[in-house]
Design a protein around this ligand. Structure first.
Ligand SMILES: [Zn+2]
Length: 131
């Protein structure tokens, strides 16, 4: 699945870039990301609904296909939720990137929404560094 790899690589580059960028630019990037993810989640949901309908009228419901498609929607939803949490907590700072996959996370996150790694040691480090 080269497309998925390309997407992850792009996301890592974007996260690395956001870390260098000033706070304002980072917020603008996150707002753009939120808009893109909102549109993507809506489109995926629409497609999934259409797919279920097509399967039902043909009396050939493929649960494995539906589960795969739902998982893609769930990923987009999870990232959207995290971006929204980051934007909400942007005033208080204390956001970061996953040490394993570099996905952005909010201050309250315990596990990385993307790769499932624990974020607790990172959060503790941030709190110690803060004045
Ligand atoms: Zn991660």
């Amino acid at each position: 699945m080269p497309r998925l790899l390309a997407r992850r690589r792009h996301r890592r580059d974007a996260a690395a870039h956001a870390a260098d960028a000033p706070g304002e630019q980072r917020i603008v990037d996150l707002q753009r990301r939120r808009e893109a993810l909102t549109a993507r989640a809506a489109e995926l949901q629409w497609d999934l609904g259409g797919l279920v309908y097509e399967m039902v009228i043909r009396n050939r419901v493929r649960v494995d296909v539906l589960v795969r498609r739902a998982a893609v929607l769930q990923d987009a939803d999870a990232e959207l939720g995290e971006v929204q949490r980051i934007l909400r907590s942007e005033q208080t700072g204390a956001t970061g990137a996953c040490g394993v996959c570099a996905a952005p996370h909010s201050s309250g996150a315990v596990y990385c929404w993307q790769c499932g790694s624990s974020l607790l040691p990172q959060i503790r480090g941030d709190e110690i560094a803060a004045p």
